[in-house]
Write a protein of this length. Structure first.
Length: 232
């Protein structure tokens, strides 16, 4: 139970909920173990609940009319998958599939909706979380629309640093569990452009060290500032 509570608290929309509310939600969660290539849901499916990753990885993607896939995110251990559609009763806006065997926690939408409707503290906490998410999305859209590939990479690395990085005396240490192909798909570019963008960030002193998947970055706010054109 404590592990599930911590997992729920790691989701931005649940971060401000009380221990008592999280305990009630955790008691209603269902564990699931699935193999690689398991489809959690498809774009257009009715949202019945949300998933949290205990182990493994889940790729979230959209498919164009011509069948081309665009990766939106790859979520690993400790991350929620498609929590936002629970609020409007609509469909999932994207599809999700495991990229390796995974252990998941599933929270039915009805259980969360009951807590939201009956507890004013839950409603207030969720509204605050959604406000933060909207502000972040506005910044992200601006970066994608008006900035180059290096700026987009800096923005997404800042998000990963906030989420998974470790602050050290030399910067923020991050193990980036993403291939360059996955990063390219997430920021809407080609793999070769991602490689050049990494070199740009190193030349600017924003990426202090890179050894395989291990990165040493400047603080996330500095990455975001540079991505927005505020300088280094």
């Amino acid at each position: 139970m404590p592990d599930v509570i911590a997992l729920l608290r790691g989701a931005p929309i649940f971060a401000d909920l009380s221990e008592a509310v999280l305990s009630r939600l955790a008691a209603r969660c269902v564990p699931r173990t699935v193999g690689e290539g398991f489809s959690l849901f498809r774009s257009g499916d009715s949202c019945q609940g949300t998933y949290f990753v205990l182990e493994g990885r889940v790729r979230i993607y959209r498919t164009s009319a011509s069948g081309q896939e665009q990766t939106l995110a790859v979520e690993g251990a400790g991350r929620p998958v498609a929590e936002l559609p629970m609020f409007d009763g609509g469909t999932y806006p994207a599809s999700a599939v495991t990229t390796m065997p995974a252990r998941l926690i599933y929270l039915p939408r009805a259980e969360f909706e009951h807590a939201f409707r009956t507890d004013p503290d839950v409603a207030a906490a969720v509204v605050r979380a959604l406000g933060r998410r909207l502000r972040h999305l506005v910044q992200l859209v601006e970066t994608v629309a008006f900035r180059d590939v290096a700026a987009r990479l800096a923005m997404i690395l800042a998000d990963y640093a906030d989420r998974d990085g470790t602050i050290t005396a030399d910067g923020v240490a991050l193990v980036l569990e993403r291939t360059q192909d996955e990063l390219a798909a997430e920021i809407g570019t080609a793999r070769e452009s991602v490689s050049r963008a990494f070199k740009q960030l190193q030349a600017k002193g924003l990426l202090r060290e890179r050894k395989g998947s291990r990165l040493l970055l400047v603080p996330a706010d500095r990455l975001r500032g540079w991505a927005r054109g505020d300088g280094t």
